[in-house]
Write a protein that binds this ligand. Structure first.
Ligand SMILES: *Cc1c(COP(=O)(O)O)cnc(C)c1O
Length: 368
């Protein structure tokens, strides 16, 4: 295997294509597919992922903030882009870049309407977000009248979409709650449709919603984590392929004698003869201190090497006593062969948090 010589995050675009096709196969033929590429495409490479998704025929993309959408437009992405959590201070930039806002409150709707009007917009496409139980962002069911009054007779905006978001789509124990959210969304959609006289694009489910509530696909689904290879369930983690693999190398090996310690604050104290390897990545790269202390492992030559002692800013130390390895050898931190979900779970975290934490110091390597 070629010596990669440094810490890299390998982005496998063929794995992305596999995951896209797997999820797409679970949709009704006319259900649209929105790919969520917020937070640098879950910590990978937003532009590379968006371009690949466009080439695969994705219908829509979504980001959290306006500046993420602006980056996509500047990179030449032409697909419709939904901005899930736009702030009024960026509404002008949003319009300038042809992004579509998710409008989630009376304040945000009024401000968007005012700016779109100033800009002389006609039928500017917007999505209206309803809160059906997550209690995070969204209008309430009884805001339908208000929304309609604001837009009535105005040609400035066009309600192109209507969305909501499930609170616990991955949790089978919350099935009744999720079904109730879905019913509430249907009710609101009917009310809004009746008022508008046409039906906007309805979208509600995320990855786990696609997998667990196929009846709630409506007109479009929004998938993030599934595209990146994780399904919030061991079964789906098996069939999806991780897009991002964090790799590094062994910088140095040490022989540790009984009673010696390793790393800051002497957090690891050896009770025997051990061999450690020092790796060039640390909490500044996104592997937080919660992964120290021996409960999380990296893989070297297919074997588990626990992270021992405290995670440093730029380094971690792993125990390689039982692994035949040398300085310069490749180390898989997570990804292919050591799932990000499993790695994250050792510290009560989840794949989403681990993936999006990998900092910009780590070089991204795109594999076609
Ligand atoms: C992030 C996000 C998604 C994607 O969720 P996944 O679980 O990653 O598929 C979908 N919808 C909204 C509103 C989101 O914020």
């Amino acid at each position: 295997m070629a010596d990669i010589g440094e810490t890299t995050l390998e982005i496998d675009l063929s794995a992305l294509a596999h995951n896209f096709h797997f999820l797409k196969a679970r949709l009704e033929p006319d259900t649209k597919f929105l790919g969520v590429v917020k937070a640098f495409a879950y910590g990978s490479d937003m532009v590379a992922i968006a371009k690949k998704l466009e080439s695969l025929g994705i219908d829509y993309l979504a980001v959290a903030y306006v500046k993420e959408g602006v980056l996509l437009r500047e990179a030449g992405i032409t697909a419709p882009i939904l901005v899930l959590h736009p702030q009024p201070t960026h509404f002008k930039a949003l319009i300038d870049h042809g992004l579509e806002p998710s409008l989630y409150s009376p304040r945000v709707l009024r401000e968007f309407l005012a700016i779109a009007e100033q800009q002389g917009q006609k039928k500017y496409p917007v999505h209206i977000k309803f809160n059906t139980g997550l209690n995070r962002l969204g209008f309430w069911e009884n805001d339908v009248e208000f929304i309609f009054k604001q837009l009535n007779g105005s040609t400035v905006l066009k309600i192109k979409g209507m969305l909501s978001h499930l609170a616990a789509s991955e949790d089978e124990n919350e099935r009744d709650f999720s079904l109730n959210q879905i019913d509430t969304f249907k009710e609101i959609a009917t009310k809004l449709k009746n008022q508008l006289g046409y039906s906007p694009t309805l979208h509600m489910v995320n990855t786990s919603g696609i997998l667990n509530y196929p009846e709630a696909q409506f007109n479009m689904v929004r998938s993030g984590i599934g595209l990146y290879g994780y399904g919030n369930h061991p079964h789906f983690d098996q069939v999806l392929k991780p897009v991002a693999t964090l790799k590094t190398v062994i910088s140095q090996r040490h022989k540790i004698e009984p009673g010696e310690s390793v790393g800051y604050n002497r957090a690891f104290k050896s009770d025997g003869y051990r061999i450690t390897a020092t790796l060039p990545l640390g909490h500044a790269d996104g592997i937080g201190r919660q992964y120290g202390g021996g409960k999380t492992f990296v893989t070297i030559k297919g074997k588990k090497a626990p992270i021992i002692g405290n995670v440093c800013m730029d380094m971690i130390m792993v125990d390689v006593t039982d692994i035949e390895c040398k300085e310069g050898d490749e180390v898989i931190v997570f990804g292919k062969g050591n799932s990000a979900e499993g790695f994250a779970n050792t510290a009560q975290s989840i794949s989403y948090e681990l993936l999006t934490a990998i900092s910009s110091r780590v070089r991204r390597v795109i594999k076609p």
